[in-house]
Design a protein around this ligand. Structure first.
Ligand code: FES
Length: 313
């Protein structure tokens, strides 16, 4: 894919962890158009390629606007955008692609969790422009961590419900009323995996195609030719078999172990686990080369064929 050379024209801190970047072409002014839900792949200053949803109007864009959340454990993509992509920095950017396109419907429900607001905001603006009937549910931990809070509230008034759960599983938004009866509306959802899984679970009785998810899949979590392998948990003394169609993380969870994860696709760094032995097949986009002997991202990585892993768990 051709890369465009773009310059960081402006940065705006939206929350303590989320920054908006306005990218302008280094040469010329016309940029490829895009539709709501589209993303660009950016070569971050660290060299890591990252996908970011486009927030602005894509009809005849002169700029691309993206927002990036600094992931706590990241050392590659998001941290380098925050720390090194200052105003004037030039970046390589791939032309927009859309894996989360909207289709025509009488009514829409847009659901965002955290940084998942970025494609949802673009969709809401497009629906507003077309005079469509829509509502937004936007779930975040707290007002302080809510990107675009004031402008969304101002623009969309009572069509947006903003819900804060303070990180307490007891306070998560109850979506059931929206999904109990299948409706003639289309739902678009983008957010952390647990949110998308919940919506998927409670909308199983809806007709196919009505409920849509933005699902970045930078890596295949499980591949067709994957084999089962063993993981030894040094601290607990257990040995678990990771089936050919499950990740280490899922296997731990299935066995009743408390796990921490977020993206579950090898990009955020949350599930980083100390490796004590074995030969891993690293499939994440987070670990630096000098960490690969000592750590493994258990949401995506496996053991090399015929090998086992020993984890500090
Ligand atoms: S949960 Fe994000 S890298 Fe594993």
């Amino acid at each position: 894919m051709d890369l465009m050379r773009m310059r960081v024209e402006a940065r705006r801190a939206l929350t303590p962890y989320i920054t908006e970047f306005t990218l302008a072409p280094v040469e010329g002014s016309a940029l490829p158009a895009f539709t709501p839900g589209a993303h660009v792949t950016v070569e971050t200053p660290s060299g890591a390629m990252r996908r970011y949803s486009l927030v602005n109007d894509g009809e005849a864009p002169e700029r691309y606007v993206i927002s990036v959340k600094r992931e706590a454990e990241s050392r590659g993509g998001s941290t380098s955008m925050h720390d090194d992509a200052t105003e004037g920095t030039e970046l390589n950017v791939e032309a927009p692609e859309n894996d989360f396109p909207m289709s025509d419907a009488p009514k829409y429900l847009l659901i965002a969790g955290g940084i998942g607001i970025t494609p949802i905001y673009a969709m809401a603006n497009a629906l507003e422009k077309q005079g469509k009937d829509f509502g937004i549910i936007y779930c975040t931990r707290s007002a302080e961590e809510t990107a675009y809070l004031d402008e969304l509230s101002e623009k969309f008034g009572d069509r947006i419900v903003v819900h804060h759960d303070d990180g307490d599983p007891e306070k998560v938004y109850d979506f059931w009323d929206h999904f109990e009866e299948p409706q003639k509306m289309h739902v678009y959802c983008c957010g952390p995996k647990p949110l998308m899984e919940e919506i998927e679970a409670i909308s199983g009785h809806w007709p196919e195609g009505r409920v849509n998810f933005e699902d970045f899949k930078p890596v295949d979590v499980v591949r067709a030719d994957d084999e089962a392998f063993e993981v030894e948990l040094k601290k607990s003394g257990e040995t678990l078999t990771v089936p050919d169609d499950r990740s280490i993380l899922e296997t731990l969870r299935d066995a009743g172990h408390a796990t921490v994860s977020s993206c579950e696709s090898g990009t955020c760094g949350t599930c980083k686990t100390r490796l004590l032995g074995g030969e891993p097949d690293h499939r994440d986009m987070v670990l630096m080369d000098d960490e690969k002997d000592d750590y493994v991202m258990i949401c995506v990585s496996r053991a090399k064929p015929g090998r086992r892993l020993v984890l500090d768990l």
